[in-house]
Design a protein around this ligand. Structure first.
Ligand code: IPE
Ligand code: IPE
Ligand code: MG
Length: 225
């Protein structure tokens, strides 16, 4: 049976779910947050230590300004409403991605949340925000060059946003789309990938349990036999 330390999720399909059920993409994003809470609870129940959630990519700025603003507003309120509860549940929050470009109020809130929860140990939730794997790698190479270090696996990994975080065992992408969309390209070299048909707001604990069950049965070779 494979142990599971880290699950990464591309939470895709909010917009389509919103149009189908509420006639609005944004209401789909709001519904997606309920799934986030459900999946966090279930991750704890399954004793998984790391959960990485793709919330906003470096390419998502191409969306209409109204949708982008709605998404960041939603995140802002979510932090306000949930951070104390996460803290009580011994959850550590970490943001991965380039948040320097976000508005300073939200940036402060995220930094404060990270600081407040940094000693928590039951589950680490990595929120990928303005995250892009290519820019993460470019940054890592730049830092290595600046420090005049050798380019090798260890040094690259030390300079990624995910330094000290084990690679994902499982990637789940909901929304019936089979691509990686610039997510954790280095880190997922050996992840088991589950493309799920359901849209993110419809993804539930039962679906998650099925993925975990199927993962456990896989023979992971890592190049060996
Ligand atoms: C959520 O799903 C992903 C985010 C960028 C928050 P989408 O908004 O991409 O939903 P679809 O794929 O358009 O349905
Ligand atoms: C990936 O979904 C990004 C997030 C889930 C945050 P997208 O909906 O942006 O991906 P593409 O554009 O369809 O590849
Ligand atoms: Mg999408």
């Amino acid at each position: 049976m494979n142990p599971i330390t880290h699950v990464a999720i591309i939470m895709d399909g909010n917009g389509r779910w919103g149009i189908k059920h509420k006639k609005s993409r944004n209401l789909g994003h709001r519904a997606g947050l309920i799934t986030v809470e459900r999946i966090i609870k279930s991750t704890i129940k399954n004793k998984i230590k790391y959960l990485t959630l793709y919330a906003f990519s470096t390419e998502n700025w191409k969306r209409p300004k109204k949708e982008v603003n709605f998404l960041f507003g939603l995140l802002d309120r979510f932090i306000d409403q949930k951070i104390d509860e996460f803290n009580k549940q011994n959850i550590k929050l970490k943001v991965i991605g380039n948040i320097t470009v976000l508005n300073s109020k939200l940036k402060k809130k995220l930094k404060k949340s990270e600081y407040m929860t940094k000693k928590n140990s039951r589950l680490q939730v990595n929120l990928a925000l303005n995250y892009g794997s290519k820019s993460e790698l470019i940054n890592a190479f730049k830092k290595i060059t600046k420090k005049k270090q050798n380019i090798n696996v260890k040094n690259i990994e030390k300079n990624l946003y995910t330094s000290n975080i084990p690679d994902p065992d499982i990637l789940i992408r909901t929304g019936n789309t089979n691509r990686l969309s610039n997510f954790l390209l280095w880190q997922m070299a050996y992840s088991e990938i589950f493309f799920e048909k359901k849209l993110w707001p419809a993804f539930n604990e039962k679906d998650y349990r099925r993925v975990i069950k199927n993962f456990k049965k896989i023979k992971r070779n890592f190049g060996s036999i």
